[in-house]
Each structure stands twice: as structure tokens, then as C-alpha cells.
Design a binder for this molecule. Structure first.
Ligand SMILES: Cc1ncc(C[n+]2csc(CCOP(=O)(O)OP(=O)(O)O)c2C)c(N)n1
Ligand SMILES: [Mg+2]
Length: 322
């Protein structure tokens, strides 16, 4: 992979990291309503996916993909304001973390019912296939979804009909606090896709170079009309679902220090003479400063107007207030 692409991936990872760190800080101050799941620790996965998608593709983000929403092309301040529940947000503050959509960049939105987007993505994939487009529908799902009916129904139909669907399975080892191997017949989730005769691969989701390479190959495969592709990204989330920590100290040390995605990317670039520490530090500083402007915008934005609470709930149908 050429140096400029790796540098661009590194910048994308910092967009995810800085966005989530800023958001988490503001959440703790009480400025972000609702629940918050962050993508901290999963930056390389999001950068790799963003690197291969284009605006005419569709994607269904998961509950940790805030950074991906920005990387897809929605202005960062509009995503930040959305998460703050402000009128200037991309969905006028009504979507929040789990329901922000922006069709103009292909973001079809998340859904709080885990797995449901795997069914919805089939419809988009089928439409694109019937329209003979070489666009695809990407669906991002966690390991916790693997036991759901939609997971298996979706893989089966996509494989049978050779639909242009990219399955991005973010296997961070846990669903809430249940380890993958404790709730599924296998902890290697790509094996489920193999059973449905789908092209599938497992990749180190903290190694951005490998993750981006594999994602690009999968996307290429799908664009050639060869059918769906399943990628299992092995990664780890910094955040538990609830406050407090249940994971062993050695596991935390491995993922947050030794196998941390930013560190791996930095080591790769220094070793391959792509960039030195000063350049990498500058990228980090630039992105962090930009994210602060998004936070300021969100903080200063007005809340949604109560009189608009029922607007845009249904297409072309104004809901009557009572
Ligand atoms: C159908 C359904 N069941 C339960 C929940 C509650 N829930 C929210 S997040 C979550 C765990 C998801 O785990 P995973 O898919 O591994 O994603 P992670 O949080 O680890 O990124 C659950 C069970 C839900 N949103 N939808
Ligand atoms: Mg998980």
C-alpha cells in the first residue's frame, strides 16, 4: 500500500479517535443526551471501511460508528450536533447516536434493534443489482448479532441471490459483557458465512493496513458482480457497555497498549519511512483542533423547536399534535 494511502488512513483513524474522545468528555459533563457507545479502540476498522466506500454505496452503521458517519462525508459539526440533540444536527437532533441517517452520502442509518439492518440491507442490495449498478450495501454489525435470526436469514439470501452486500462484522470479543465464545457455536464468526458458501475472511481489525487491504479486495469482488462478501474484523472496544470493567488486566494491556491501532499504524509508518513522529503528531493535532470546532458548534446550537417535533416523521404526511 502506498505511503499516501496509509497516511490518509491514519488521519481517518484520528477523526474517529478525536471525535469519540471529545464526545465522551462532553457526555460526562451531561451535554450529550441518551446513551453513548463509542468506537474507541475500533478506529482502524472504521477507517478501512470508509476508505473503500463511495457516496453512491449504501451503508448501515452500527452503534459505535459515529466516526464513520463523518468519514462518509457528512460535515463533522452536523454529526456532533445531532448527537448533542441539537436543531442543527443532520437529522435536526431527532436521530441521535442510533438513528442518524444521511442518504446524500449513502448513510441509511442505524437501528436500535441489533440485526435488523442485515435484513434491510438485502433490499438495497437487491435494488442495486436489479438496477445493474456496481454500488453495494455495507452493513456493520457486532459479534452480538451472530445469534439473531436476521443474521442467518440475511447471509443465506444474499449468498443465494448473489446480492452486492458487504458484511462488516466487528468482532470486539464481547456483547455487553458476554464473551463471543460463550454465546455462539464458534468464536470465529466468519465460519458462519463459510457455511452459507459466502466469500469470507477474518482480519486483524487493529492493523489498518491489513484491514484496508482486505476491505478494498472485498469491495472490488462485490463491484464485479460476484456476490456478497463477509469480513470479520477482530478488534476490541475500550468501553464496556456499562461503567466499570469486567475484562482481565492482561487483556486490557494487550489491546490498549501492545496491539493498539494508532500505535500499530505509527510503527508501520516509521518502519517503512512513510512519516516521522513530527508529521504524525501534526495530523493528530490538526484533527483534534477540528473536532473541538465541531463541539463548539454543537454546544452553541439551539435545541429543536418543540413545534417541529412531529415534522418529518412520515414522508409527505404531517402528524397532528394532540
Ligand atoms: C435485538 C436486540 N437485542 C438486544 C439489544 C440490546 N443491546 C444493545 S447493544 C447490545 C450488545 C451488542 O453487542 P455487539 O453486537 O457485540 O456490539 P458491541 O457493543 O460489542 O460493539 C445489546 C444486546 C438490542 N439493541 N437489540
Ligand atoms: Mg461486540
Amino acid at each position: 500500500m502506498d505511503g499516501n494511502t496509509v497516511l490518509e488512513l491514519y488521519r481517518k483513524m484520528w477523526v474517529v479517535r478525536a471525535f469519540e474522545q471529545g464526545l465522551e468528555r462532553e457526555f460526562k459533563k451531561g451535554n450529550v443526551p441518551g446513551m453513548l457507545h463509542t468506537g474507541l479502540g475500533q478506529e482502524a476498522v472504521q477507517a478501512a471501511i470508509a476508505n473503500s466506500l463511495r457516496k453512491t454505496d449504501a451503508f448501515f452503521p452500527d452503534h459505535r460508528a459515529h466516526g464513520l458517519l463523518v468519514l462518509a462525508g457528512t460535515p463533522g459539526e452536523k454529526i456532533m450536533a445531532e448527537l448533542f440533540g441539537k436543531a442543527t444536527g443532520v437529522c435536526s437532533g431527532k436521530g441521535g447516536s442510533l438513528h442518524s441517517a444521511d442518504p446524500s452520502v449513502g448513510n441509511f442509518g442505524d437501528n436500535a434493534v441489533e440485526g435488523s439492518m442485515m435484513a434491510t440491507a438485502l433490499g438495497v442490495g437487491l435494488a442495486y443489482k436489479m438496477q445493474k449498478r456496481d454500488d453495494l450495501a455495507a452493513v456493520i454489525v457486532g459479534d452480538g448479532t451472530a445469534g439473531r435470526g436476521e443474521w442467518h436469514e440475511s447471509l443465506n439470501l444474499a449468498a443465494t441471490w448473489k446480492l452486492p452486500v458487504l458484511y462488516c462484522c466487528v468482532n470486539n470479543g464481547y456483547a455487553i459483557s458476554t464473551a463471543v465464545g460463550d454465546s455462539h457455536a464458534t468464536a470465529e464468526l466468519y465460519e458462519f458465512a463459510c457455511a452459507y458458501k459466502m466469500q469470507s475472511v477474518q482480519v486483524d481489525g487493529n492493523d489498518v493496513v491489513e484491514a484496508a487491504r482486505v476491505t478494498a479486495e472485498a469491495v472490488d469482488w462485490i463491484r464485479q458482480g460476484k456476490g456478497p462478501f463477509f469480513i470479520e474484523y477482530k478488534t476490541w472496544r475500550w468501553q464496556g457497555i456499562f461503567s466499570g470493567e469486567f475484562r482481565p488486566a492482561e487483556e486490557i494491556r494487550y489491546w490498549k497498549e501492545e496491539h493498539e491501532p494508532m500505535k500499530l499504524a505509527r510503527d508501520y509508518m516509521v518502519k517503512n519511512h512513510i512519516a516521522d513522529d513530527a508529521v504524525l503528531e501534526q495530523i493528530k493535532a490538526e484533527v483534534e483542533a477540528q473536532v473541538e470546532t465541531w463541539i463548539t458548534f454543537a454546544l452553541e446550537s439551539p435545541p429543536p423547536d418543540l413545534s417541529k417535533a412531529t415534522a418529518n416523521v412520515y414522508v409527505g404526511w404531517e402528524v397532528e399534535t394532540r
